[in-house]
Write a protein that binds this ligand. Structure first.
Ligand SMILES: Cc1ncc(COP(=O)(O)O)c(C=O)c1O
Length: 471
């Protein structure tokens, strides 16, 4: 199996180089760095080889990266792919910048990751928010309906939706792509949580007709943290436009090590990844059935969600057991099995091809016991939901970002325009964003979220004050 970046990376490790250029650690951790340096950074940079002047030469004359990107594109059915070391956050920014422009309206799923807000600030596009449908009992997103796009097609210049959602539910991307195609507008799918879907026949967003997809290789494949890929089809927008934005948002010193793990992930999925994913999916199916035997526990799957669900995700809805997801999450952390996310009602577990099927089954037994140990009186699901935010947009995120601002006590902000983002993490979906009217409901939702997770990216984490746009 051809793996240009992995092969070049391995080769460089055998050469015993001591470069008279960057990196500052001079690759000395392979041979034995000075003791004082080892004392401070330990072995943390042992595997670090830059792409430029390392895995490839200073002029990239071997073209390892371009070849690896072409192999990725071919594997996922795209015409063009670019490797990213700024995560899907960079991918979302580059994708939005590729389709958008100052003042141009773009239809965006309001439950999108905060990086879409960064993209909007950068380019000054006007978001026209669209919303996923919500599950009637669980209050969780069950996909952006094609009808949400249809009505807007005449007044927007592109569509952006997130699938899989953080909880694992999938939108009908084929239906979304059909609307986009009919109106000649580009469709971006944030598939950050579904890099593995590209290696299941017909399940990846590009295969399903999206023009752009953004995937985090580090989330569900084998990539180093920060690794991601943006892929596109040559249809509505030239690839040179995407390249421009990827280059603009990229570091000029990418890590060859990180990028080699993208290359290796692709090779691993192309060669033997299908059967490995099938085994994982079977095991997750068994784990879900096991967990569904726990009294009062709802387990998200295609039947209970009423939409397709990522077959590798385990999402549990706890109110029927009376158990508190935050306490369960803490118990799992103590055991070394920290969940992807835990709030009072919902527990999300991410699995990957690096989890053996036997482990998934054993973990399901362990998790069932932990839920039992936290059992209490059943309760109704919380009415607060991060997936329900429908803000009044007063100005574009860019306008709000650039305006003069002032700090006020939290409750005095009601009625004013927020200059900042309040973003429970995970899942990283803002409850309130720059340019949106502050309401009593939005503040209540922020305070409620802070009880079960970190509210990130706001300037006063105590939530006693906030920044508003000067009137
Ligand atoms: C839906 C979604 N998109 C994008 C991102 C950003 O991904 P990354 O951490 O790879 O930058 C996240 C991160 O959690 C996410 O949940």
């Amino acid at each position: 199996m051809e793996q240009p970046l992995v092969e070049a990376w391995r080769r460089v490790r055998t050469l015993g180089r001591r470069p008279m250029q960057v990196p500052g650690h001079k690759l000395r951790y392979l041979e034995g760095a000075p003791g004082w340096a080892r004392e401070f950074v330990g072995d943390t940079v042992r595997d670090d080889i830059p792409l430029q002047g390392g895995v490839d030469d200073n002029a990239y004359s071997h073209g390892y990266l371009r070849r690896a990107e072409a192999l990725w594109a071919e594997a996922v059915g795209a015409d063009h792919s670019r490797f990213l070391v700024g995560g899907s956050s960079q991918g979302n920014i580059a994708a939005l910048a590729t389709v958008g422009d100052q003042g141009v309206p773009i239809a965006i799923d309001r439950t999108s990751h905060r990086s879409t807000q960064a993209g909007l600030v950068l380019i000054g596009a006007t978001p026209v928010w669209i919303y996923p449908e919500l599950h009637p009992d669980f209050n969780l997103p069950i996909g952006v309906p094609a009808s949400a796009l249809e009505g807007l097609a005449a007044r927007v210049n592109g569509f952006f939706a997130t699938s899989p959602s953080y909880v694992g539910t999938l939108s009908d991307v084929e239906a979304l792509a059909a609307v986009a195609r009919r109106h000649g507008e580009p469709l971006i799918i944030d598939q950050a949580w579904g890099a593995h879907l590209d290696f299941l026949p017909g399940r990846g967003a590009i295969h399903q007709g999206a023009d752009f997809s953004v995937t985090s290789v580090h989330k569900t494949l084998l990539g180093y943290s920060q690794t991601a890929v943006i892929s596109m089809r040559d249809a509505v927008i030239p690839r040179s436009t995407l390249d421009r934005w990827v280059d603009l948002t990229s570091t000029t010193s990418p890590s060859g090590t990180l990028m080699a793990t993208i290359d290796g992930s692709r090779a691993a999925m192309v060669e033997g990844g299908g059967p490995r994913l099938d085994d994982l999916i079977d095991a997750v199916g068994s784990a879900r059935r096991r967990l569904a035997t726990v009294r009062g526990l709802a387990v998200l799957d295609d039947a209970t969600a009423g939409c397709a669900v990522d077959p590798t995700k385990i999402t549990l809805i706890l109110p029927g057991t009376g158990a508190d997801g935050v306490a369960i999450g803490e118990a799992l952390w103590q055991m070394g099995h920290g969940p992807e996310s835990a709030d009072h009602d919902t527990l999300i577990l991410t699995t990957s091809v690096a989890d053996e099927p036997e482990w998934i089954l054993a973990f399901a037994d362990l998790l069932a016991d932990v839920v039992e140990a936290h059992r209490s009186d059943p309760r109704p699901p919380s009415a607060q939901s991060i997936w329900r935010v429908e803000p009044e947009v007063v100005m574009t995120p860019r306008e709000a970002f650039l305006r003069e601002r002032r700090r006020v006590p939290m409750r005095e902000a009601i009625g004013h325009v927020s200059a900042e983002q309040f973003c429970p993490y995970p899942p990283g979906v803002p409850l309130l964003a720059p340019g949106e009217r502050v309401t009593a409901e939005s503040l209540d939702a922020i305070v409620a979220a802070s009880a079960s997770c970190r509210v990130a990216y706001c300037s006063d984490p105590s939530l006693e004050s906030m920044l508003i746009v000067n009137d």
